[in-house]
Write a protein that binds this ligand. Structure first.
Ligand code: ADP
Ligand code: MG
Length: 227
């Protein structure tokens, strides 16, 4: 019946949500594991590692807090940030895993300020997902470059990798829930990223890729206060 169908859809939505939540919490945990391993291997008590680990624990805490606030979206606050600072933090966060995988992450700033009004945690999550995918694609190491540029209205960001690229027939599937080519992948990262950029921040996200050469994600976010 129609009612049963509605119930089923609700249930499957709960299932999708759970999978999404698990995915978002798994990222900081993977990063924390990386730092534990680095500290174990280096036998050094690195202050800066502990700072990042702290922020990763806070991140898990924030995700849980946000989920608890889900029924009260008014509590979600847009705040102003220089996107370059947020990206710097994300890059720092990924550095240990990158080093272990022989991947170099460079940043290129082509503007002084790139202030956006955003949900800080979500924007970091979006860039983390993009960089993480690039890292996972480059099994033999490689380079990732994050470029930031501005025009009068927008911040333009490129996340460029020189990994294997994405075949044409798969390009349009990226961001579809559960589309993954990885064993153990969830196929939720790009769905979440798209939602964050397009729906929650009135931005745009496009992908350009050439097999054997690499992949570039183009992101556009509106500058300034109004969002
Ligand atoms: P997951 O990472 O769990 O597979 P995502 O939604 O994050 O899910 O990514 C979906 C798919 O998009 C990946 O499985 C991969 O095939 C493809 N993809 C995303 N980014 C890249 C990239 N930079 N290079 C190659 N393939 C990519
Ligand atoms: Mg992913």
């Amino acid at each position: 019946t129609e009612q049963m169908l509605a119930e089923w859809e609700k249930l499957s939505l709960v299932g999708q949500m759970s999978a999404g939540i698990a995915h978002e919490i798994r990222n900081p945990i993977t990063s924390l594991k990386g730092f534990v391993q680095l500290i174990r291997e280096s036998k050094q008590l690195r202050e800066d590692y502990f700072d990042i680990m702290d922020s990763e624990f806070n991140r898990i805490e924030t995700i849980i807090k946000e989920l608890l606030m889900f029924s009260k979206p008014k509590d979600v606050n847009f705040t102003q940030h220089d996107l370059k600072e947020l990206i710097t933090q994300v890059v720092m966060l990924m550095e240990p895993q990158a080093i272990l995988k022989n991947i170099r992450i460079d940043t290129e700033w082509n503007s002084n300020e790139a202030i956006i009004s955003c949900l800080e945690h979500q924007i970091k999550q979006a860039f983390l997902n993009l960089i993480k995918n690039a890292m996972e694609a480059m099994v033999n190491g490689g380079n990732i470059t994050v470029k930031v540029d501005t025009n009068e209205k927008d911040v333009l960001i490129q996340v460029i990798d020189n990994g294997p690229g994405i075949p044409k027939e798969k390009l349009e599937k990226i961001g579809e829930p559960f589309f993954t080519t990885k064993e153990g992948g969830t196929g939720l990262g790009m769905m979440v990223t798209k939602n964050i950029i397009k729906n929650n921040h009135q931005g745009a996200l496009e992908v350009e890729s050439e097999v054997g050469k690499g992949t570039t994600f183009h992101i556009r976010l509106p500058l300034g206060m109004d969002c």
